[in-house]
Design a protein. Structure first.
Length: 362
């Protein structure tokens, strides 16, 4: 039986990517970005508030989905399917969409004077910090797809070893154990970390999703305490924002503690809320679920384009310079999703199944 709340949590999280990525143009910690205006504490707070948990949530949901998928398909069938639906979009996005984004970055940040076709030569020959902010090579937001594929390979090996050793995870575990499973996160986040994105941390979260949160008994237990978990998660998320952005005195250890408590308790709170409040299937949820992956692939190009175009027009109004590109990016991303989903060859490039009956699925 399909878990509708998993699909709903996924597309809701993906919708946050536009305001999140748009806000990076104002980050106060001077991280390179395709378009960078100036540091702004209020807009930066959006990033810091969401950052601890919303990408980990996608890996957690992927782990849960993998468990259900492997109940219906063999490992070989599932791996073959994921290779097509992850590696192909990764290559497509990196080779065809990222050069466009880095072209506008190079023009905005460094005054590049060539045209977009000439810039392909820059993109494929300039290897620096891999952010793409200087016009050089970058995988951009497609790091998530690559990580997911690598994690899937690791997970298949772990699952095979677990079955070979006949090790079983208990169907029910105490609530206190669920709460402390986030304790290793600060340590794991430093392992195999590229640009602050730890392959080890995300693999751990994926496997917890696969082995633990795919069990109804565990999810039901979490759902009973979801508002307590949400209160803890929100309180520590706000504390994390204050300590990182607003506090004149830096409390590094307390900041780290707040960040990872927020990460873990927001993850389990959102799963509980999903189970208790989002386990439905309506036209809107079906529509969004069918387009969420295409939305992920296409959204960032529009954010960068509209921020570039609006930079001079709205330069004296920070509120409009943030909100107008966000709103336009939402509109054009949905329009481009509709166009792409009706073209079979683009569906193949983006890892989406095409149907002549106007039914699309990931």
């Amino acid at each position: 039986m399909r878990k509708n709340y998993i699909d709903n949590l996924r597309w809701m999280a993906i919708l946050l990517l536009i305001p999140y990525h748009a806000a990076m143009a104002w980050n106060v910690w001077q991280e390179p970005n395709y378009i960078f205006f100036e540091g702004n504490q209020i807009i930066s707070s959006i990033i810091v508030f969401l950052n601890p948990y919303f990408m980990p949530l996608l890996f957690l949901l992927a782990g849960i989905s993998t468990k259900f998928a492997l109940e219906k398909r063999t490992v070989k069938q599932y791996f073959s399917d994921r290779a097509k639906k992850l590696l192909v979009p990764f290559i497509f996005g990196t080779l065809f969409l990222m050069p466009i984004m880095t072209y506008f970055a190079d023009k905005f940040n460094f005054g590049y004077n060539g045209n977009i076709f000439q810039h392909y030569g820059v993109f494929f020959t300039k290897f620096t910090d891999l952010t793409g902010a200087d016009g050089g090579f970058s995988a951009g937001q497609f790091w998530f797809i690559l990580y997911l594929f690598v994690i899937l390979i690791i997970a298949i090996g772990v699952i095979a070893l677990q079955k070979k050793l006949s090790l079983n995870v208990k169907k029910d575990i105490p609530l206190w154990l669920i709460c402390i499973l986030g304790v290793p996160l600060p340590l794991l986040s430093e392992l195999l970390s590229i640009g602050g994105k730890s392959l080890v941390e995300y693999t751990y979260i994926f496997l917890i999703g696969y082995y633990l949160f795919s069990k109804d008994t565990v999810i039901i237990k979490i759902a009973k305490h979801k508002w307590i978990f949400l209160t803890i998660g929100l309180a520590t998320a706000i504390l994390n924002v204050y300590l990182f952005i607003w506090s004149d005195t830096k409390f590094q250890i307390l900041n780290i503690i707040a960040k990872y408590i927020s990460e873990w308790f927001m993850l389990i709170a959102l799963l509980g809320i999903g189970k208790g409040c989002l386990n439905f299937k309506i036209k809107l949820s079906v529509y969004m679920s069918q387009r969420s992956f295409a939305f992920y692939i296409l959204h960032f190009v529009w954010v960068v384009l509209f921020q570039y175009l609006m930079a001079d027009v709205l330069q004296n109004n920070t509120i409009l310079l943030y909100t107008v590109p966000v709103l336009l990016a939402y509109c054009t991303t949905f329009i481009s999703c509709e166009i792409c989903l009706r073209l079979p060859f683009l569906c193949s490039f983006m890892g989406i199944k095409y149907s002549n009956k106007k039914h699309y699925e990931r």
